[in-house]
Design a protein around this ligand. Structure first.
Ligand code: NCD
Ligand code: ZN
Ligand code: ZN
Length: 345
């Protein structure tokens, strides 16, 4: 009889992940499939995944990288551009694409082809509303006069409120929220508006990134905020509200592209995602709320069945590796070399 403390959860899903392409897939898909049954696959490749054809081809490349002993379903997303037409939306929907992603142009990694004015995609949003395709948002404005720590709040005030009102039955996910403003907006919004929360925004605030030396592996977008915002996110994630669910935003960048004068934005959390979330929920004294957040509210929002089967985590401290191979590159996982209390069996 195993006397270690354990928790067993319905098998979880990741509602926001970056897998990249080519030789990265062995690493990223292997890690994701060890942790999750399904994942929403971000389309910000270079060039981006902008239509049904691109999504189906990318899906096949991901499926080819799933380890033989794992069941993992990629849920595909197209990238909205100024040229996304209702026809592109309907074709994608017919091909099984579940959502379209809005990257304001210039907001984040690989967002150069993003939307320059929300008005340009109103016909596409109309089509998405009519066929039930979800809208996923990188919720930051990009104008240079707006401070980087205010970009999420200003997006909510200037853009999100309008989209939520103009498309009253469009299902919308504000991705990787980082502020109390976002948590409050989503909590009070109409049905059909939800948010994903990353493990790193639950575990860290900007002091972790900037005090005692600059730590590039904590740098992601939207950037970590002050601790009061971190506390609001912990409160939202552990509240039991079905509007908040798991999305890692795991985003691999080779070590040399993080540890450099102009480092890329993105944290690689896929290697130990559910363990990082368990850590955050345990610290909040809310481990019993992890299953809803990780395994129930996401599929409910996406109108998909919850997974059958379970995973088990044991409370047995273990140390993350200091680096991982990704193709011919080195990849530094978030919390590299640190000890976590919970381990996936
Ligand atoms: N989160 C990040 O900092 N980076 C993501 C893009 C994104 O989700 O904004 C990436 O693709 O690297
Ligand atoms: Zn983003
Ligand atoms: Zn992302």
């Amino acid at each position: 009889m195993d006397s270690r403390q354990q928790i067993t959860l319905r098998a979880p899903d990741d509602w926001h992940i970056h897998l990249r392409d080519g030789t990265a897939l062995e690493r990223t898909v292997g890690d994701a499939a060890r942790q999750f049954r399904r994942a929403i696959i971000m389309p910000n490749l270079v060039p981006p995944v902008v239509n049904a054809e691109g999504a189906l081809a990318y899906k096949a490349r991901i499926e080819a990288a799933v380890p033989a002993d794992k069941a993992f379903t990629p849920l595909m997303v197209i990238y909205l551009t100024d040229k996304t037409s209702p026809e592109i939306v309907h074709q994608a929907h017919a091909a099984g694409v579940v959502a379209a992603k809005l990257y304001p142009a210039g907001a984040t990694t690989n967002s150069d082809s993003g939307v320059t004015d929300i008005a340009n995609i109103y016909p596409a949003l109309e089509a998405m509303q009519s066929c039930g395709m979800k809208l996923l948002l990188h919720g930051e404005v990009t104008t240079s006069d707006i401070d980087i720590f205010d970009r999420e709040r200003v997006f909510i005030e200037n853009i999100l409120g309008r989209v939520v009102a103009d498309f009253p039955s469009l299902k919308i996910v504000l991705e990787h929220i980082t502020t109390s403003y976002a948590a409050e907006f989503v909590a009070q919004a109409r049905d059909g508006v939800a948010a994903t929360i990353t493990a790193h925004h639950l575990l860290y605030n900007r002091n972790h990134m900037l005090v005692g030396g600059i730590r590039p592996h904590y740098y992601c977008l939207p950037v970590l905020k002050r601790s009061t915002h971190q506390e609001a996110l912990i409160e939202a994630a552990t509240s039991g509200s079905p509007k908040f669910f798991l999305g890692t935003d795991s985003a691999p960048h080779a070590q040399g592209r993080k540890e450099t004068a102009c480092g890329c934005a993105g944290c690689y959390t896929a290697f130990s995602a559910i363990e990082l979330y368990a850590e955050a929920f345990e610290r909040a004294g809310k481990l019993e709320k992890l299953e809803g957040f990780a395994s129930e509210f996401g599929p409910d929002f996406y109108d998909l069945p919850r997974n059958n089967g379970t995973i088990t985590l044991v409370r047995e401290p273990w140390t993350l590796p200091s680096g991982l191979p990704m193709g011919t590159d080195a990849l530094i996982p978030l919390a590299a070399g640190e000890t976590l209390n919970w381990q996936l069996l």
